[in-house]
Design a protein around this ligand. Structure first.
Ligand SMILES: Cc1c2[nH]c(c1CCC(=O)O)Cc1[nH]c(c(CCC(=O)O)c1C)Cc1[nH]c(c(CCC(=O)O)c1C)Cc1[nH]c(c(CCC(=O)O)c1C)C2
Length: 290
């Protein structure tokens, strides 16, 4: 696939570890709720309808780039981390936060999940949106593709939505550790295929969001999240290489897992680590550089 030449590669240079003239800027949920033009689209289209309609996903992805032209150094494809549980056969609604009418209550419910998820069939609409957005961006800024990390997705699939205590998801880890590990790796396999598909469709940088990593005790992060994060980075790199597709930088945002920063830097397999507000910038720098 050929796309318009990239005019602003600041983010990609920074992600490759090159010295840059300034820090690249993009905003989490930059295409989100605060923009009046986004609210307008949402008035007549339900959340997942926007995700599933490439023309609409392209339009809302580009809205902040248009409005803040020259101020943002990347676009992030409009979608949600919960498209993976949907691809695995679960029903998810946005009302207005994520809601699963039929969550995984016990390991017996795992049988309800789709066995071999065909990402082209289930998530092809994301790939189409990425290709359409790459063309519509006309090379102004690079396009970020993303997915949720297995532990974070597992937490939603078991809790049935957002949570303050993660009681159900943590109970699974204590009561059914083996089944949990197996399910987490199953989710990781879907993440690999999904991210590879996004690169093939035109994503120029990949981000993995482990938004609830900080809910895990350090030893649980080691057991239940870290291996899946490594599986994703190595799996994506291997699959891209075996198909002769050039690698793209990969970012991991394991929010709250600052106890694992040096390990993630040394063994995680990611080019960039997202840093949150729970640790000072200088400590994060120390952990990742030393
Ligand atoms: C990257 C991304 C996400 N969601 C959306 C994007 C698209 C990019 C963009 O909007 O610019 C659209 C995106 N996703 C959602 C919205 C708001 C829905 C709407 O009113 O249209 C938007 C714009 C809905 C959503 N989806 C989710 C939540 C959080 C709920 C909770 O606290 O448990 C919410 C509120 C799950 C979700 N979704 C996402 C994460 C990881 C990042 C983070 O930690 O914030 C998570 C945890 C990631």
């Amino acid at each position: 696939m050929t796309f318009p030449p990239l005019k602003n590669d600041l983010l990609l240079r920074a992600a490759r570890g090159e010295e840059t003239e300034r820090a690249p800027v993009w905003v989490m949920r930059q295409a989100g709720r605060y923009l009046p033009e986004f609210r307008k689209v949402r008035e007549s289209h339900e959340f997942f309808e926007v995700c599933r309609t490439p023309e609409l996903a392209t339009e809302v992805t580009i809205q902040p780039i248009r409005r803040y032209s020259g101020l943002l150094d990347a676009a992030i494809i409009f979608s949600d981390i919960l498209v993976i549980p949907q691809a695995m056969g679960m029903e998810v609604e946005m009302k207005p936060g994520p809601y699963f009418p039929d969550p995984l209550n016990t390991p017996a419910d795992i049988a309800k999940l789709t066995k071999d998820v065909d990402v082209n069939k289930e998530l092809g609409y994301v790939f189409e949106a990425i290709t359409m957005t790459r063309n519509a961006l006309k090379g102004e800024v690079p396009l970020i593709g993303f997915c949720g990390a297995p532990w974070t997705l597992f937490a939603y699939m078991v809790e049935g939505g957002g949570s303050k205590t993660f009681q159900k998801a943590k109970t699974w880890l204590f009561q059914y550790p083996q089944e949990s590990e197996k399910l987490l790796m199953r989710i990781a396999d879907v993440c690999v295929d999904f991210l590879v598909g996004q690169v093939k469709a035109g994503a120029q940088l990949l981000q993995v969001f482990d938004s609830w990593a900080g809910e895990l005790a350090p030893h649980h992060f080691q057991q239940f999240s870290f291996p899946t994060l490594q599986h994703i980075s190595s799996g994506v790199r291997q699959k891209l290489a075996s198909e002769g597709i050039p690698a793209v930088p990969m970012t991991l945002f394991a929010k709250g897992a600052n106890h694992a920063l040096s390990q993630l830097a040394e063994q995680g397999g990611y080019d960039v680590l997202g840093i949150d507000w729970l640790d000072s910038e200088s400590r994060s720098w120390y952990h990742t550089r030393s």
